[in-house]
Design a protein around this ligand. Structure first.
Ligand code: PAF
Length: 279
């Protein structure tokens, strides 16, 4: 497994793989890898000849400096885990390599649709940061396929939209969320939870399941359902930010009979958790 921290070195390697006819898959991450990431890597290996995992805690997508500082950075552990899998290269640039002239002045990729609400409303600039870094990673690694977890459902739709709008020649694959035995969605932020918060955290998924069951059994007063779920989150000790049933295709208001998804975001102390469930 090769490890690159410079853009040009990674790009030259990818160009030579492409020239040799190899199909490249990219799994973009911010590191602190867990089984959910490793699922993506295993699936990438089924879909391509060369798997590249990027590890970069992208400052451009954090609207809160404290959150950026606190984000767990565990590159040595990440490399140890990846070296046991079928990974050809890890691209782990520093900020200087990704934004050599400073992140303030870098050209940005903006996706006007899909980004104004839910995560976008709570985290101003977040999706522009994600869209910008993901577009740069695609240009550096030159993948024919890139894999993203469905836990960040809105992010997945935003990336699909930018790839379609900019005619980028690659396929985007969304992969199901890996969960702990008690249902909590695996996330790098889970390790920031205190013992009591960790015990409460799976209630978020349980409440999403409750909403999904209600919808499946014919309850279509979505506003009423959302209010019920909100109350349950408060009772479980969360500070809810949103819990909402939407179109699974474009996150517009839910319409009975269409594919739906229920999405939630809530804080437990300092830690912000998000999760979703397709109905
Ligand atoms: O989902 C993430 O970990 C990040 O948003 C991503 C896609 C790696 C971009 O920094």
């Amino acid at each position: 497994m090769q490890v690159f921290d410079q853009v040009r070195d990674m790009q030259l390697q990818s160009l030579s793989w492409r020239a040799a006819g190899w199909r490249i898959a990219l799994v973009p991450t911010m590191g602190n890898l867990h089984e959910g990431h490793l699922d993506l890597v295993r699936e990438a290996a089924r879909r391509a000849d060369r798997v590249v995992v990027s590890v970069f805690v992208n400052p451009l997508q954090f609207d809160d400096a404290a959150d950026f500082q606190r984000y767990p950075r565990t590159l040595n552990d990440d490399l140890a885990q990846l070296s046991k899998l079928n990974v050809a290269a890890v691209f782990a640039p520093g900020e200087q390599a990704m934004y050599p002239e400073g992140r303030e002045t870098v050209t940005r990729v903006e996706v006007p649709q899909l980004t104004g609400e839910l995560e976008g409303a709570r985290r101003p600039g977040h999706f522009t940061g994600v869209a910008t870094v993901v577009t740069k990673l695609f240009q550096v690694v030159l993948p024919e396929v890139a894999l993203f977890g469905e836990k960040d459902y809105q992010q997945l739709l935003v990336v699909r939209k930018l790839v379609a709008d900019l005619n980028l020649p690659l396929e985007i694959v969304g992969w199901p969320t890996r969960r702990e035995a008690d249902g909590l969605a695996m996330s790098s932020r889970n390790r920031l939870l205190g013992a009591d918060e960790r015990q409460r955290a799976p209630r978020l998924y349980a409440i999403l399941q409750w909403v999904a069951e209600q919808v499946r059994s014919g309850q279509t007063h979505f506003t009423q359902l959302e209010a019920g779920a909100w109350e349950q989150l408060i009772a479980a000790g969360f500070e809810p930010e949103y819990i909402t049933v939407r179109s699974a295709v474009d996150l517009r208001a839910a319409v009975v009979g269409e594919p739906l998804v229920v999405l939630g975001a809530a804080r437990l102390g300092e830690v912000r958790l998000i999760d979703n469930l397709r109905i």
